[in-house]
Write a protein of this length. Structure first.
Length: 239
C-alpha cells in the first residue's frame, strides 16, 4: 500500500484530489492519503521520521512560495516524487531545484492529474530500492526485500513467500532474478529464487530456511550458493 501526502491550504482542493485518486483504486492501486493544510505541518512529520511514497503539494500558500518547505523535505528524503500544484506558471523553473517530478496548473484537469500520479506510483513500485514491486489481480504491491523468503515459479506463475503470507503474479522467474541481480537473492533451483538472509543451513540437496521450510537445491547450483552464502555472511559480520 502506498502512502500519499496531500498538501494544500484549500480543503476543497484536498477533497477534490482525494476524489480524483479514488479512480485509481479501480485500476488496482492501493493507497492511503494524509492531508495537510500547510507545508510546515508536512515538513514537521518528516522531521519526526515519517516518510511518504508520493507528495502532492500546492506551491502557493496565501501568496507565499512553498519552495522553502520543499527544500526542507528534500533534506530528509531526496527521492520521494513530488507533484507540484500551482495557479501560476511563475515557479515552474524553480521547482527543478527541489527535483519536482511534475508541475500541474490549477484548476486540475482530472485525466492529466491521474495520468501523472499513475506514472509515478508505477515507477515507485518497480524501482524503489529495498522493495520488490509487482501487479496482480488484487492490484499493485511493493514488498520489502527483507520480508521475502523466496520466489517460486510454476511455469509463469510466481509465488512470493514472505514471513507473513503469500502473493502470486505472472512473469518469468528469470526476470525476477535479473531485477534482484545485485541483491541477496540466489537461484537454488530452476523454480526457486531464495533470500540468503533466511537460509539457516544446507542439508544434502535441500536448503533449510529460518521458517523450517525445506526447498530443493540443484546439484549444479550448490557451489554458487555456497560462494554467495559465504560472501553474504562475511559481509554481515563486517557490518
Amino acid at each position: 500500500m502506498f502512502s500519499i501526502a496531500i498538501c494544500d491550504e484549500s480543503e476543497q482542493t484536498r477533497d477534490t484530489i482525494r476524489e480524483y485518486l479514488q479512480a485509481l483504486v479501480a485500476e488496482g492501486f492501493s493507497f492511503f492519503c494524509k492531508s495537510f493544510k500547510s507545508g510546515l505541518d508536512l515538513a514537521q512529520r518528516y522531521e519526526k521520521g515519517k516518510h511518504y511514497d508520493l507528495i502532492i503539494i500546492d506551491m502557493l500558500r496565501r501568496g507565499h512560495n512553498e519552495l522553502t518547505i520543499a527544500r526542507m523535505i528534500r533534506q530528509y528524503d531526496a527521492k520521494v516524487p513530488m507533484i507540484v500544484l500551482s495557479s501560476s506558471k511563475e515557479f515552474a523553473v524553480e521547482c527543478y531545484d527541489v527535483a519536482a517530478c511534475a508541475y500541474l496548473l490549477k484548476p486540475l484537469v482530472k485525466q492529466k492529474f491521474l495520468a501523472t500520479v499513475r506514472k509515478y506510483l508505477s515507477t515507485i513500485t518497480v524501482e524503489e530500492p529495498g522493495y520488490y514491486g509487482f501487479r496482480n489481480k488484487q492490484g499493485w504491491h511493493k514488498i520489502g526485500l527483507s520480508h521475502i523468503l523466496y520466489f517460486e515459479s510454476n511455469l509463469r506463475k510466481i509465488k512470493v513467500r514472505t514471513k507473513e503470507m503469500e502473493y502470486y503474479f505472472t512473469t518469468a522467474i528469470s526476470k525476477v532474478e535479473a531485477k534482484l541481480k545485485h541483491k541477496h537473492f540466489v537461484r537454488v533451483h530452476k523454480s526457486f529464487l531464495v533470500n540468503l538472509a533466511h537460509i539457516i543451513k544446507l542439508k544434502g540437496n535441500s536448503v533449510i530456511l529460518a521458517n523450517k521450510e525445506s526447498l530443493p537445491l540443484s546439484k549444479h547450483k550448490k557451489r554458487i550458493l555456497k560462494e554467495r552464502l559465504i560472501a553474504f555472511l562475511a559481509e554481515d559480520v563486517s557490518v
